[in-house]
Write a protein that binds this ligand. Sequence first.
Ligand code: BES
Ligand code: ZN
Length: 619
Amino acid sequence: MLPPSSVAKSTLHTATPALDPHSCASQSALRVRHLRLHLAVDFAQRTLAGTATWLLAEAPAGIAPGTNAELILDTRGLQIEGISLGETAAGPAAEYHLGAPDPVLGQALRIQIPAGTVAVCVAYRTVPEAAALQWLSPAQTAGEHPFLFTQSQAILARTWLPCQDSPGSRFTYEATVEVLGAERGQLLALMSAENPQATAPDGCYQFRMAQPIPAYLMALAVGRLDFAPLSGCTGIYAEPATLPQAAYEFADLEQMVAAAEQLYGPYQWERCDLLVLPAGFPFGGMENPRLTFVTPTILAGDRSLTSLVAHELAHSWSGNMVTNATWNDFWLNEGFTVYFERRIMERLYGSSYAAMLQVLGEAELRDTIVELGPESPATHLRLHLAGRDPDEGLNDIAYEKGCLLLLTLEQLVGRARLDTFIKEYFARFSFQSMDTTTFIAYLTEQLLDPEPGLAERLHLAAWIDGPGLPANAPAAHSARFDAVDTALAQLAAGTAPADLQPITTEWSSHEWVHFLQGLPPTLTAADLGALDAAFRFTASGNAEILAAWFPLALRAGHAPADAALENFLRHVGRRKFLVPLYRALLAVPGGRARAQRIYKEARPNYHSVATGTIDALLK
Ligand code: BES
Ligand code: ZN
């Protein structure tokens, strides 16, 4: 056994912010370091309006003191109302120019910066269609008030904030947010920052984020929200109707934080709160620092879907602290996070639980590889997304193939050494960005080179720049799923669903999902009727079970599930569920017209990242 490596030996540096193909601002000679944001939230007009004051970082060595320079910010669809030099809107007017619009990247905002300038103040407003923003009517919430939330990842921050919108650039921020009109005093505003815990009668809120973050972690939500503490530094924000259930569901949050810290070092963000959004939220979760956003579809009532919370928590290290330099390096965020998520779940609920998650993840990965094509460059860990919308190019590969690379390493060097490596990696590069090339160099220096033959056994190049699944990938095994496979075999041999029951009584939703995934494609409507009668799938309150069940019901023509499916599609905006369900609809006779009819009604409930994908699917 070799001694664990030591960070002190590393001679590596992360380069100055990488050139990012998805950010014009990444070409800027000048960099921002701090934001002072003032925004008014107008629900009647569906706009945010105010000023973004950017304090500039010291000019880089390439720019001689006393010369003028250019600051480039990313914008998309913003109305720029004026730019002044200095820390307030009262300063001298700046000279600026908005570049030609690109549908994905938006417009570069080029501001001339005279020597000696310390800040610029941009007055602007958003448009009602701003892609990051979802403005909900009261009917689209669990209560009686409108709601607003942002989703900035991957490159949508620029649709609500003129900023250097590259994950390779970081800044600290403070913000003032004022709720206008009839909703003033009714709604609480929250950000990815130090947050209030109660609604302010004057509708004015202050925020501060003291750790430098990339723009994709900028977040804002405004709604009729209450707060419930879980422990000293964890708690839940949710609509009043949802809060009790949410506080029950996420009761283990504090323990998750403790487990994560034991694994990979201190949590660097002070508080760890969750915000449960209305059902239109397009993702399962979004790791906004200090305040993870989550979908209400994980409120299963039995705490069965909380691995998603562990996932977003893990991003507090992989992603928010050590950040992918560009979206081509997305696997560094998500692959580490999936591995870390399962380690947290293993600590809390045991290895048999984590093994189920791993087996389900590997099944998803195999499906994704088939879908993308086994030789497709889209199955590489390192991506080449220049010229494409990152939202279309980012897929499951980063998550599950990235996690499998770390599991392969774990098998080769042992858990203890891998854990030391990961912990030191997080400490060494905290609040910095990381690209794939630098990561490979660091891994090679710290872990591979010290042990002869290790690099050859890992086949790192096949993982990073090769397609599909390398031959040395380990395959997970779940003993709890063996029991499910036994039940599936009995069913195939003619046992009636109702007679399987003694085996199934202790099953979690993960076993049920594995069961549904294992059913043969040849089942008839009568077969599904018997399964539904025995196990009440159509009436399930678990979104993962429903999402696995509906495609089977559609394919077999099990009509009793139709109304529940339509209800689900009308209310839930989570893209991961919507895409396969609309696809399943398209695959049945007469399905396209049916899908289009449902979509026409449901589309106003979805966020732009979901409608972008489903518009293309149903066109
Ligand atoms: N950061 C992602 C969500 C994301 C990725 C938004 C890329 C925009 C672009 C988040 O951490 C995530 O991965 N969410 C998953 C859940 C997770 C348990 C796999 C989701 O939303 O399904
Ligand atoms: Zn993630």
